[in-house]
Write a protein that binds this ligand. Structure first.
Ligand SMILES: [Cu+2]
Length: 126
């Protein structure tokens, strides 16, 4: 009986480890990635399909007026920017690369249907 209790306690502890690691204090940790994609103006791209060099001026104006930029990953998914820190806007990190290809490292997670990326490094992709 005691042996069985010890085994089931160990199994429980093992099973709850990944959860504990993922949800530290309610924070969801993503998985580390290195990916390439194109910086898009989320609103124009999703509503009108506008993207590419001819849309750079519009995307820049949109971003400067507060519209979010995002990354259209080479996997076809749109990644919106996230930061676990409060009051830590990320749009400005994409602004120099509007409508260009970028290579980013960071962590991604899917939450409520949204793909979110916390960027560690970003550079123009060739
Ligand atoms: Cu636009």
């Amino acid at each position: 009986m005691l042996k069985r209790l010890i085994v089931s306690t160990a199994v429980l502890a093992f099973c709850s480890l990944p959860l504990a690691a993922q949800e530290m204090g309610g924070m969801h940790m993503g998985k580390d990635v290195s990916m390439t994609g194109q910086v898009v103006d989320l609103s124009c791209f999703t509503t009108t399909g506008a993207s590419g060099p001819s849309h750079k001026a519009c995307a820049t104006a949109c971003a400067k007026s507060g519209m979010p930029l995002a990354i259209l990953g080479d996997d076809g998914k749109i990644y919106m920017l996230a930061s676990p820190k409060p009051a830590d806007p990320q749009n400005s990190r994409l602004l120099p690369f509007v409508e260009q290809k970028v290579k980013v490292t960071g962590s991604v997670l899917e939450s409520h249907g949204a793909n979110m990326i916390t960027i560690k490094t970003i550079a123009a992709a060739t």
